[in-house]
Ligand binder design. Structure first.
Ligand SMILES: O=C(CO)[C@H](O)[C@H](O)COP(=O)(O)O
Length: 224
């Protein structure tokens, strides 16, 4: 079974105390910090740039999982690598040469990942899996751009297809993950869980992370 990992999204942290938010997530048992980068073009919102990745990397020891919701990821890779990104997720819908951009991420010593929006057919990423251009796939279970949206269940079919095709890949899910949805995502093969608003609103984030992890492990095991 692939390792179950919980990745709090600092999009849901207090922007006035981001460093504290990163440390709080690490101390609560998070496996990675998820940083949502939005350019206001690919998605209708603007969030963080490489300096926020640099800040997070300076404040925690766990890896930086960086989600580029940007139109032209190829123009920004070096800055995000230098800032301390460990995994870099680009969108299949971005305006770039996808194989070339994924190869560039790998050549810079980072983990390449491909992301797809809820309405994007799963077939669009088959080539990435068949050629092992990626170490990770991120399935969006909300329309990207904002935290706090409801989980879109129809993406589960895509997750199941990806897991059937690639037992080696880290399969992440992002959007609306909480104590009601994590087991559903695990049952279709997801092993990495991005959770923003649910985790940051908790008084006891450590208990919430432990609960998500336990639910995910049980549901993943039962699906085997
Ligand atoms: O990528 C994102 C938005 O584009 C966020 O990571 C995602 O929505 C997580 O937030 P929440 O857990 O609040 O749904």
């Amino acid at each position: 079974m692939p390792k179950i990992q919980i990745m709090p999204s600092i999009l849901a942290a207090d922007f006035g105390r981001l460093a504290e938010g990163c440390k709080r997530a690490e101390e609560a048992g998070a496996d990675q910090i998820h940083v949502d980068v939005m350019d206001g073009v690919f998605v209708p919102n603007i969030s963080f740039g490489p300096d926020v990745v640099r800040m997070s990397a300076a404040n925690v020891k766990i890896p930086q999982n960086v989600h580029l919701m940007v139109q032209r990821p190829q123009d920004h890779l070096e800055k995000f690598v230098t800032a301390g990104s460990d995994t870099i997720q680009i969108h299949i819908e971005a305006k770039c040469d996808v194989p070339e951009t994924l190869a560039a991420i790998r050549a810079m010593g980072r983990r390449p990942a491909i992301t797809l929006n809820p309405e994007t057919p799963v077939e669009s990423i088959f080539e990435c899996l068949e050629n092992r251009w990626v170490d990770e796939v991120l399935v969006m279970s909300v329309h990207p751009g904002f935290g706090g949206q409801s989980y879109i269940a129809y993406v589960e079919e895509k997750c199941a297809t990806i897991r059937r095709m690639a037992d080696w890949v880290d399969l992440a899910i992002d959007g609306g993950i909480d104590d009601q949805t994590v087991a559903r995502a695990a049952a279709v093969g997801c092993n990495l869980y991005v959770a923003g608003s649910y985790l940051f609103k908790q008084d006891d984030m450590a208990a919430a992370i432990a609960d998500l992890r336990k639910q995910a492990e049980e549901a993943y095991c039962s699906s085997l």
